[in-house]
Design a protein around this ligand. Sequence first.
Ligand code: NZQ
Ligand code: ZN
Length: 388
Amino acid sequence: MLGNFSYYNGTKLYFGEDSLAFLNDELPKYQGTVQLIYGGGSVKRNGVYDAVVGILKANGRTFVEDGGVMPNPTADKLREGVKIARENGVGLLLAMGGGSCCDYAKAVSVSVHCDDDPWDKYFERFEEPECEIVPVGCVLTMAGTGSEMNAGSVITNHEKKRKVGHVFGPEVMPKFSILNPKFTMSLPKRQMVAGIYDIFNHICEQYFSGEDDSTSDYLAEGLMKSVIHSSLAALENPEDYQARSNIMWCATWALNTLIACGKTTDWMVHMLGQAVGGYTDATHGMTLAAVSLPYYRYIMPYRLHRFRRFAVEVWNVDPSGKSDEEVAAEGLLAMEKWMKRLGLAMNISELGASAGMIDGIADATFILDGGYKVLTREEIVRILVASL
Ligand code: NZQ
Ligand code: ZN
């Protein structure tokens, strides 16, 4: 393991078919009104809302509704949520939904007791919260982002055409998260596969960085194999509990800081995907899928050894008699076949991006330096054009 790091994760997880019952144990730990955060209505259709409200009522808890959190939550909605929390003396933000609801809850949590505009403070100036943070709990209904056990929060500003993530400190992580794989069964196939690719890419973003072959890399390969295996089983039969539960567990471990230990981490696929998202409001996992192969094919020569290892260890490419370049290219081809089999978006045009947007998307792409190649703006444009 190279580098110095500390590791702490303060989120308590409850996993499995019976996990919602543990909400009864968690509620007494938090005072005040509960702000019940949810999206566009899936929780009302699949019974999660009724089950959670039943537990709140059984515990005699006052709650205030905060529904309508959209996929890719906006700065305007965030300001609305802060207002609800302030007006109701909220002591617990309880998110029911996917990453959007969890991310939104975290953004509200750091803004309730802070006078500044939350977008300006956290998503433009990247300041850290100095104020009291309202605790967050999550009842997860979509596997993908890992937001249930991390301190990330991604907010979209439509006026500015910007989608920006802020990774806060561990104090912003949810205090608890309830992971019942059955709650993910009602996801439409498109959302299920978008979540699966999001998981896979989170692992790639950490795996494709760093000098050595570390414990984090071996953990990453194990997670990737589990995602690939379970994704194909879930594609065949979305009701396959074993597959869906493994996908949910992989999502959490793919982005809860464990496999980033000792790694510089890349995150350029996410920067490109988020910039595309700022222009198109497309589904997060699909934006990542659409830019991934042009990006990885472009950076492959800068760390051939790692792409060769990816091919052999993750995609079972037989290296005998082949050059490193051939093995690495075969690995990416196998990944492409898998992505197509899942039915992922393979270019940004199908997500609503056009050639005329490329300059704006390139301007909105943050350039990071943790991967194998620090891209220039011109290289970003080249990758985006190849993704059209
Ligand atoms: O709004 P509802 O009606 O609930 O429908 C949602 C939404 O339309 C639906 N859905 C969720 N669970 C369902 C369901 N439909 C039926 N049955 C269920 N059980 O799925 C749609 C997408 O939900 P959303 O929460 O937006 O998806 P996801 O979990 O992919 O979250 C995406 C957001 O998270 C951010 C993304 O950028 C995006 O804004 N990310 C957060 C990260 C983090 N915190 O670390 C990292 C990620 O890389 C990502 O950037
Ligand atoms: Zn992601």
